[in-house]
Design a protein around this ligand. Structure first.
Ligand SMILES: CC(=O)SCCNC(=O)CCNC(=O)[C@H](O)C(C)(C)COP(=O)(O)OP(=O)(O)OC[C@H]1O[C@@H](n2cnc3c(N)ncnc32)[C@H](O)[C@@H]1OP(=O)(O)O
Ligand SMILES: O=C([O-])CC(=O)C(=O)O
Length: 372
């Protein structure tokens, strides 16, 4: 038995949800470029869960279900208020809150297909309310109740800020949600599938996935990109900062990918959004710095930017706190995680690979009183 480090290139399951072939990303066969230009996040959720685009009635029904299920139990809001608020990362709060949410769902352990679908709706609906409520509570603000007349993207921005967002912000945020919704067998999706393949419940699967997304090699990179941009401060500091990092063999956050070689097809959409939004907000330096970083990293290391790189300046321009960037990724990716969890249940087999043993062999047990 020989181990493949990081399971690189290992095909671990079949799936009909999304694919990456020759650096092209599709959801159920629809090119991500088409979806990013044309689809609402709710349409994408429907597509991932049903493997077809909704008609008008089906989309309206899903929108209604998401809006009607967006409120969260008061116990979760009260729980947030007990946290050492300035020490808790919002991803840790989200991971805990999703687990807690399971305690208040009477169907949590009902494994019928119908109950699992109802739970998927509830989780997708409530996750953005959780993130927005935590963001407000930690600032000493009252949480804002979700509205049933707003779409998913608009509702999140409204709950976060307490005022109706403008059309540009809604469109940009919707596009970011579409771009992050699913991505084949990435680390957090694989985590979710491994978890529920034991026939554990959906809340366990999403809690586990949030834990995996939090890491800086995965979803946590977007927050670190903004930290790097802030540290650099001005475009004239980019060159020395990046070259020093590369010389020290440090990783530049937001670059590189396990699967893409020529480049991440989502990055160009986020780059264009970053260009537009930084112009609108008068903060063009973030875009200017980002493009300079891209030039250096691409030429020195042949590493193109991934989805996390330009999303940082996009979210910054939308007025979102930097430590909420990864929770926002989680809000969108919940749709993909849920699609994969439901697909796993449909055709389940326990996921249990092997390890190549590299430890000592044939050891002789020594009683404790004789050990040095
Ligand atoms: C949504 C997402 O999850 S997208 C990815 C988000 N993560 C990041 O942006 C973090 C930065 N990027 C990385 O750490 C990596 O590129 C990963 C984790 C995304 C992919 O990693 P892997 O396929 O395992 O590649 P690995 O980490 O083994 O790197 C291979 C080589 O490229 C280098 N490399 C990879 N990414 C980077 C980077 N961002 N900056 C500098 N060097 C890099 C490594 O140092 C290594 O070099 P070496 O062979 O000289 O030791
Ligand atoms: O696929 C991956 O390894 C990481 C990624 O880009 C994502 O999850 O969107």
């Amino acid at each position: 038995m020989t181990a493949t480090r990081g399971l690189e290139g290992v095909v671990a399951t079949t799936s009909s949800i999304s694919s990456i072939i020759d650096d092209t990303l599709t959801y159920v066969g629809y090119n991500i470029d088409d979806l990013a230009q044309n689809a609402s996040f709710e349409e994408v959720v429907y597509l991932l869960w049903h493997r077809k685009l909704p008609n008008k009635e089906q989309l309206e029904e899903l929108r209604k279900q998401l809006a009607e299920n967006a409120s969260i139990p008061n116990e979760i809001l009260e729980h947030f208020k007990t946290y050492p608020i300035d020490k808790v990362h919002p991803m840790a709060a989200l991971r805990t809150a999703v687990s807690l949410l399971g305690l208040y769902d009477e169907e949590a352990d009902n494994m019928s297909d119908e109950a699992n679908y109802r739970k998927a709706i509830r989780l997708q609906a409530k996750i953005s309310t959780i993130v927005a409520a935590f963001a407000r509570i930690r600032k000493g603000l009252e949480p804002v109740q979700p509205r049933t007349d707003l779409g998913f993207a608009a509702n999140f921005l409204y709950m976060l800020k307490g005022e109706e967002p403008d059309q540009t912000s809604i469109e940009a945020f919707n596009k970011a949600l579409v771009l992050h919704a699913d991505h084949e067998l990435n680390a957090s999706t694989f985590t979710a599938r491994v978890c529920v393949a034991t026939l554990s419940d959906i809340y366990s699967g999403i809690t586990a996935a949030i834990g995996a997304l939090k890491g800086p090699l995965h979803g946590g990179a977007n927050e670190r990109v903004m930290r790097m941009l802030t540290e650099i401060g001005e475009p004239e500091n980019v060159e020395s900062y990046i070259r020093e990092k590369l010389a020290n063999k440090e990783k530049i956050m937001g670059f590189g990918h396990r699967v893409y070689r020529k480049g991440d097809p989502r990055a160009k959409h986020l780059k264009e959004m970053s260009r537009r939004l930084t112009e609108i907000t008068g903060e063009t330096k973030w875009y200017e710095m980002s493009t300079k970083i891209e030039e250096i990293v691409t030429s020195e290391k042949s590493l193109p930017p991934n989805v996390d790189f330009y999303s940082a300046s996009v979210y910054h321009c939308l007025g979102i706190d930097h430590d909420l960037f990864t929770p926002i990724f989680a809000i969108s990716r919940t749709s993909g995680w849920l699609a994969h969890i439901l697909e796993q249940y449909e055709n389940n087999r326990l996921i249990r690979p092997r390890a190549e043993y590299t430890g000592p062999e044939k050891q002789v047990f020594i009683p404790i009183e004789k050990r040095s």
